[in-house]
Write a protein that binds this ligand. Structure first.
Ligand code: HEC
Length: 131
C-alpha cells in the first residue's frame, strides 16, 4: 500500500494530471505575488516563451505564431487589454498545468511551478509593457 501511495504521489508530482487520481484545487494554490511583478521573473518567462510558446503564440505574443494557422483553437493576443482584464494569474497557471482540453494548447508537465509562474509573470505583463 505504501509503495502504491508513493507511486501515485510521484505521478502527481510529475504532473500527470490525466493519470493521477489527485487533481489540483487551483483555488487553493498560492499565487507568488512578488514573482509576478519581478523584472527578473518576467525576463526569464520571456526567454521561456520564445523557446516554447512562440511557435504557436507568436514572437510578439499576438497569437500569430508560424504554426498558428493549423491549430485547434486560436491563440489570443496577450497584448490585448481586454484579454488581460478578463484573466487572472491562477487561470494562466492552470492552463499551463492542465492544457486546454479539445484544443492545441498542451499541458506542460516538464516545467517546474517556478518556471510556470515566470511564464505567468511575463504573459500578464505584455498588455502593460509590450512583448
Ligand atoms: C502547439 C501550439 C501551442 C503551444 C506550443 C503553446 N500554446 Fe498556448 N494555446 C494554444 C492554443 C491553440 C490556445 C487557444 C486554446 C483555446 O481555443 O482556448 C492556447 C491558449 C493558451 C492560453 C489561454 C489563453 C486564454 O484564452 O485565456 C495561455 C495562457 C497559453 N496558451 C499560454 C501558453 C504558454 C505560456 C505556452 C508556452 C509554455 C504555450 N501556450 C504554448 C496553442 C499553443
Amino acid at each position: 500500500m505504501k509503495a502504491m501511495g508513493a507511486l501515485l504521489m510521484s505521478l502527481a508530482l510529475l504532473g500527470c494530471s490525466a493519470v493521477s487520481p489527485f487533481s489540483v484545487d487551483y483555488d487553493q494554490v498560492e499565487v507568488p505575488i512578488a514573482q509576478l511583478s519581478s523584472d527578473e521573473a518576467r525576463a526569464r518567462g520571456r526567454a521561456l516563451f520564445k523557446a516554447k510558446c512562440a511557435l504557436c503564440h507568436g514572437d510578439r505574443a499576438d497569437g500569430n505564431g508560424v504554426r498558428s494557422k493549423g491549430l485547434s483553437g486560436k491563440p489570443v493576443n496577450f497584448g490585448s487589454s481586454e484579454w488581460r482584464s478578463n484573466t487572472t494569474a491562477i487561470a494562466v497557471f492552470e492552463v499551463l498545468s492542465e492544457g486546454e482540453r479539445g484544443t492545441s494548447m498542451p499541458a506542460w508537465p516538464t516545467l517546474s511551478d517556478g518556471q510556470k509562474w515566470d511564464l505567468v509573470a511575463y504573459v500578464l505583463s505584455i498588455a502593460e509593457d509590450g512583448p
